[in-house]
Write a protein that binds this ligand. Structure first.
Ligand code: PLP
Length: 400
């Protein structure tokens, strides 16, 4: 793992996303080359020992870390989140599972605040309990009960903000302070916001993770994960990544770096498109509720304004309709593809009950406000007017 010290008044995000971590090779290739190699040779045994015993940084075996292509991408990832260091993974779930396994042991506990991605919920409720690691779930509206929810066994407070799929915004500084007071680490899933709209480490979080499959990759053509934070907190995670075999492939890592160079430009456009779509939906007679950080009011708006620079490309809305009528609206959409992911250049639509939260028990879904009439949109880079026209025709039968 390479560390990446930062200066407080360095270049802006656009400049950093293009240049951070990129060093020319001896041929002057404009971006770092792909080293697909699994293994690296040494002139002398002593040189190999220096790397394996961590006296010098270097590549030895790609799964261990240190592959130059991956190191360059990790430098860019660290820079974007204002972190000392970053680890890249084969998926977002690899990043979450390695972070939790590295920092929570058998008999210890995780506290999870608010709602979260269904896969993470499955990991916390089905996989980790088999290892004796349990999770206490605290609804977002009971954030004030966090100190009481943390016990002597609590090692990590985990949450998403904005969350999937209700787009609930949690106060990162408040949660992080409560976790720290309880002796626990704060780990945030920053996938929905992206580092362009929000840098949780600057608000007191200890580790920030991304499903890089989403906005960081941005084109629905790669699967990857990222974890950023201090070198000290990432070191044990790198050990788990190595032995669970969760290393990102060098080819994917290069593709991810390619995408990161345009991240600020893409996210600015996602933000603008989603804001326009959210405003349209908020004024539509068939829509009961729109969940979008840009529409937050009161105390929620105060939190949004404090920690977000932009409101993101994700939103969900609720129809007064059953699952079948809601599916019919989804099926009438032409520009939005029905697909269970997000963050790509193309607009996507899902009913959370059929995709991201399909595995969550119905009673638990209801408790979290994930209703049969909920539709989640990932607003892509198409012209917002075209997306709005598509939504208008799909909702028209309900408006009559
Ligand atoms: N976190 C969030 C918010 C997600 O939406 C997802 C995937 O949908 C994940 C984590 C898991 O990421 P991956 O699919 O890259 O493993």
């Amino acid at each position: 793992m390479t560390e990446h010290p930062r200066t407080p008044d360095g270049p802006g995000l656009g400049t950093r996303s293009v240049h951070a971590g990129d060093r020319r090779d001896t041929h002057g290739a404009i971006h770092p080359p792909i080293y697909p190699h699994s293994t690296f040779a040494f002139a002398r045994t002593a040189d190999l020992l220096d790397v394996i015993e961590e006296r010098t940084a270097g590549a030895l075996y790609t799964r261990y870390g240190g592959n130059p292509t991956v190191v360059a991408t990790e430098a860019k990832l660290a820079d974007l989140e204002g972190a000392q260091a970053a680890l890249a993974f084969s998926s977002g779930m690899a990043a979450i599972s390695a972070a939790l396994l590295a920092h929570v042991r058998t008999g210890e506990q995780i506290v999870c605040v608010g709602d979260l991605y269904g896969g993470t919920y499955e990991l916390l409720t089905e996989n980790l309990p088999r290892l004796g690691i349990t999770t206490a779930f605290l609804p977002a509206e009971h954030l004030d009960r966090l100190p009481a929810a943390c016990t002597d066994a609590t090692r990590v407070v985990f949450f998403e903000t904005p969350s999937n799929p209700t787009l609930t915004v949690l106060d990162i500084a408040a949660v992080s302070a409560a976790a720290r007071a309880a002796g626990a680490l704060t780990i945030i899933d920053n996938t929905f916001a992206t580092p362009v709209n929000q840098n949780p480490l600057a608000h007191g979080a200890d580790l920030v993770m991304h499903s890089a499959t989403k906005y960081l990759g941005g084109h629905s053509d790669l699967t990857a994960g990222a974890l950023m934070g201090s070198a000290e907190l990432l070191a044990p995670v790198a050990f788990w990544r190595k032995n669970l075999g969760q290393m990102i492939a060098p080819e994917v890592s290069s593709l991810l770096a390619r995408s990161l160079r345009s991240l600020p430009v893409r996210v600015a456009r996602h933000n603008a498109g989603a804001a326009a779509v959210a405003a349209f939906l908020a004024g539509h007679p068939a829509v009961v509720r729109v969940n979008y950080p840009g529409l937050a009011a009161g105390a929620a708006k105060t939190v949004v304004d404090k920690q977000m620079r932009g409101h993101g490309g994700m939103l969900s809305f609720v129809l007064d309709a059953d699952a079948a009528a809601t599916a019919a609206v989804v099926d009438r959409l032409a520009l939005f593809s029905i697909a269970g992911s997000l963050g790509g250049v193309e607009s996507l639509v899902t009913q959370p009950i059929t995709t991201s939260h399909h595995g969550m028990p119905p009673a638990e879904r209801r408790r979290r406000g994930i209703s049969d009439g909920m539709i989640r949109l990932s607003v892509g880079l198409e012209d917002p007017a075209d997306l709005i026209a598509d939504l208008e025709q799909a909702l028209a039968p309900l408006a009559r």
